[in-house]
Each structure stands twice: as structure tokens, then as C-alpha cells.
Design a protein around this ligand. Structure first.
Ligand SMILES: Cc1cc2nc3c(=O)[nH]c(=O)nc-3n(C[C@H](O)[C@H](O)[C@H](O)COP(=O)(O)OP(=O)(O)OC[C@H]3O[C@@H](n4cnc5c(N)ncnc54)[C@H](O)[C@@H]3O)c2cc1C
Ligand code: FES
Length: 395
């Protein structure tokens, strides 16, 4: 194991012992300098940010986590989440409050969506030396395996869904000399494949322990099984003939809603336990959520009373019953620093623990069953059901 492997391995171990699901760093924006912008494909770039020494502890992360980027476009604030694509070389101490060990740079990969506001801006405007607001890393799309010796981890990604899997695959393989990683990566054609060189370098480095299967929907490959859309019959055959689900200890699925849902359903049907499958959605396909829309509270209006703690400070806000607003929207009226990114139930940044009262959650694509059991809710999706609701963002 080389020095680089050892550093990656140490940081991954922290994910198992420190646990992304337990302790959690407060999500906070800092302005970082763009240190590099590198084209990956015609429609995607890798953006690297320099982390000043005093902030390195805050940007320590686990393979699989993501950051939110924030900018102003046409006078409106826009926030979007992007997964960290390089294996972490920091200490991985998820609950580090700041300072201490941590990466000197972090990198994300942004794929341009047709008509997409942020990704188009990033592709056309972002350059070295620019300053951008970057939230500290968040997310629980991380490994729960404490020991990787002899373990087999599998990932299925589509398009930009490769980003967290790049970090995860490199980390799993570096962590143990007997671990294995199988990656199924689907794209339309060869020119759409992100990280094509890094993937083949990883394959050269771990020829027997990394199995890499590119599926191209609009290009003929030598193997007919890997040519065509990744629909259910093709997925089943790939799993049966190339991945062998019974040998896999942990699964990571990443991409758009339809692909992730297909993989989850197929794996469940093949007898894979849901607790071994982790997934991250990049889109839900739902219309754009309304984050922070203005609500006027009339004096005579019937209201819910919301109390919340953030950074050890308690705040109270009233939310008119007929406004049907989320807890996040109400909280933002009195504390603009309440953490959120997607406002659509996918990224988990707005997570808080319900202390008192009850809420109805519209969507949840981010919280694991054990987090729900422990009383966590996505505040961007939660609507009060009792006169008084108390949540805590700090736990
Ligand atoms: C956890 C996570 C990790 C991700 N990682 C990556 C990655 O590594 N690489 C990558 O290319 N993409 C990634 N994405 C997708 C990325 O966040 C963007 O959705 C994508 O780049 C398209 O953004 P856009 O602004 O160009 O497109 P748009 O179509 O303008 O917006 C995309 C989505 O943002 C949401 N949105 C739109 N308006 C608002 C609003 N006012 N407030 C809040 N949300 C709004 C909607 O859900 C919309 O579908 C990730 C998403 C998530 C949730
Ligand atoms: S802000 Fe993304 S899940 Fe609530």
C-alpha cells in the first residue's frame, strides 16, 4: 500500500467509526477560490477549490459526500449540490469543528443540463481565480462497512452519478488490499463518459480488484450485453452475469430517479436486503421547489408556532395555517442561515430532529430508515400538524 493509499484508507476508516449518521458537522458556507477548471467531456467540467489552512477542518469529508454551491444568477440566489469526486485525504473527522487536518483542495464535477441554470452558468462562466460560496460537506451516501478486508462493494451510476462513485471506488480499493469494487457505469456514448482517464488509471492500478463495465445506450460495444438502454432485462442480466449480487456486501446507486428506482426494485426482487443498498438521487423529476417564498403573517391569522435551535441559539417564528409552508420556509424568515440546498427532499442538508409536536413530510429521498426512527425530518418537506412544533438543527 503506497503513501497515498494509506492516507485515503485512514480517512475512510473515519466514516466507519465516526459515522456519518451519528455526529454531524454544521452546514456552513464559506467563500472559496476556484483553483482549477478542467474540461471532462464536452458537457462537463471538474472544478477544484483551494481551502485556506484555517478552514481545512471544516472541509474534511468522507467519500460519497457532497457540497452545495451558491451564487446569484439574474438577481436570484441559486444553490445546487455537487458530490466530491476525489477521495478524501483529510482526517475524515466528520465532527471536526474547524482547523485541524483537512484537504488543501476539494473538487466537484458539474455536468451541464440542457437549459439548467447553474450548470450552464458554471460551464460558461466559471474560471480560475473566481470566488464562490461553498457549503461544508454533507451527506450520508457513505460506507457503513467498518472493515473492508475481503469485502465486495458495487456501484451503479448514470452520467454525472459517477462523481461520488469515483471517490468511493478509489477509497474502497485503497483501504484494503483484499477489497473489490464492481462499477457499472451507463452513458449514451463514449464521448459522454466522465472521468474516462481516471477510471482507466484506476483499472490499471487495481486490475484484479476493480471490475469496470461501461454500458452505452447509443453506441455499439463488442459485448451486446453492454450496448443499449439499461432497462430491467439488461440490468438483470448484467447483475447475474457480471456482478453476482450474492457476493456483494454493499451497494451504491447514483443518478436520476428512474434509474435509481429501477436498480432498487431489481435488487430487492433478486433478494438483496434494502439495508445493504445506499442511494443518492441527483434529481427527483419534480417541479422546482419554492424555497424561501415570502409569507406575510396577519395579526388575526391562525398560526402554528415553530421553535428551533441552530448553533445553540433558539428562535421562534409563526407560520399561518393557510400558508401551508414548510418548516424551512418559516425558519428562514427569522434565520437566513438555516441550512438548505435543494429544497426538494433529495440532499438532506436541511435535516433536523423533531423534539416536540408532529409534522407531515411530503417527500423523503434523503433520510435513511434509522434516521427517521431517531426522529429526524427534512425541514424543507415538513409541514406542522400541531399548534407547536420544536426542532433542533444542532443534533
Ligand atoms: C446530493 C446531490 C448531489 C449532486 N451531485 C452532482 C454532481 O456531482 N454533478 C452534477 O453534475 N450534478 C449533481 N447534482 C445535480 C445538481 O445539483 C443540479 O441539479 C444539476 O447540476 C442541474 O442544475 P441546474 O441549475 O443546471 O438545472 P436546473 O434545471 O435549473 O435546476 C435543477 C434542479 O434544481 C432544483 N431547483 C430549481 N430551482 C430551484 C430553486 N429555486 N430552489 C431550489 N431548487 C431549485 C430543481 O429540483 C431542478 O430540477 C447533485 C444533486 C444532488 C441533490
Ligand atoms: S434542502 Fe435538500 S432535502 Fe431539504
Amino acid at each position: 500500500m503506497g503513501l497515498e493509499d494509506e492516507r485515503i484508507a485512514e480517512s475512510f476508516l473515519a466514516s466507519a467509526v465516526g459515522g456519518p449518521h451519528g455526529s454531524r458537522r454544521r452546514a456552513r458556507f464559506h467563500t472559496l477560490r476556484v483553483a482549477a477548471v478542467r474540461p471532462l467531456t464536452e458537457a462537463s467540467i471538474e472544478v477544484t477549490f483551494a481551502i485556506p489552512e484555517e478552514l481545512r477542518g471544516e472541509y474534511d469529508y468522507l467519500a460519497g459526500q457532497h457540497v452545495a454551491l451558491r451564487t446569484q444568477l439574474d438577481g436570484h440566489e441559486v444553490r445546487r449540490s455537487y458530490s466530491l469526486c476525489r477521495p478524501s485525504t483529510g482526517s475524515g473527522a466528520i465532527d471536526a469543528g474547524g482547523g485541524g487536518d483537512g484537504p488543501q483542495t476539494i473538487s466537484v464535477a458539474i455536468k451541464r443540463d440542457l437549459g439548467g441554470a447553474f450548470s450552464t452558468w458554471a460551464q460558461t462562466e466559471l474560471k480560475v481565480g473566481d470566488q464562490l460560496d461553498v457549503m461544508s460537506p454533507q451527506g450520508s451516501f457513505t460506507s457503513a462497512l467498518a472493515d473492508l478486508d475481503g469485502r465486495h462493494v458495487a456501484g451503479i451510476a448514470a452520467g454525472s452519478g459517477i462523481t461520488p462513485l469515483m471517490a468511493l471506488a478509489a477509497t474502497v480499493l485503497a483501504r484494503s488490499e483484499t477489497s473489490r469494487f464492481t462499477l457499472v457505469y451507463t452513458n449514451r456514448s463514449t464521448t459522454d463518459v466522465m472521468f474516462v482517464e481516471e477510471l482507466s488509471e484506476l483499472k490499471d492500478r487495481y486490475p484484479t480488484r476493480l471490475a469496470l463495465h461501461h454500458v452505452l445506450s447509443r453506441e455499439q460495444r463488442t459485448a451486446p450485453l453492454l450496448s443499449g438502454r439499461l432497462d430491467e432485462p439488461r440490468l438483470r442480466r448484467i447483475l447475474d452475469e457480471l456482478v453476482f449480487p450474492e457476493t456483494v456486501d454493499e451497494w451504491f446507486l447514483c443518478g436520476p430517479f428512474d434509474l435509481v428506482q429501477l436498480c432498487r426494485d431489481t435488487l430487492a426482487d433478486m433478494g438483496v436486503e434494502a439495508s445493504h443498498v445506499r442511494y443518492e438521487l441527483f434529481t427527483t423529476g419534480d417541479p422546482a421547489p419554492q424555497a424561501g417564498r415570502p409569507v406575510v403573517v396577519r395579526e388575526d391569522a391562525e398560526v402554528y408556532r415553530l421553535e428551533f435551535s441552530l448553533d445553540g441559539q433558539s428562535s421562534t417564528v409563526e407560520s399561518p395555517v393557510d400558508a401551508h409552508e414548510s418548516i424551512l420556509n418559516a425558519a428562514l424568515r427569522v434565520r437566513p442561515d438555516v441550512p438548505f440546498a435543494c429544497a426538494g427532499g433529495v440532499c438532506g442538508t436541511c435535516r433536523a430532529r423533531l423534539i416536540e409536536g408532529s409534522v407531515a413530510m411530503t417527500e423523503n429521498y434523503a433520510l435513511e430508515p434509522d434516521e427517521l426512527e431517531r426522529g429526524y425530518v427534512l425541514t424543507c418537506q415538513s409541514h406542522p400538524q400541531t399548534d407547536r412544533v420544536v426542532v433542533d438543527y444542532d443534533v
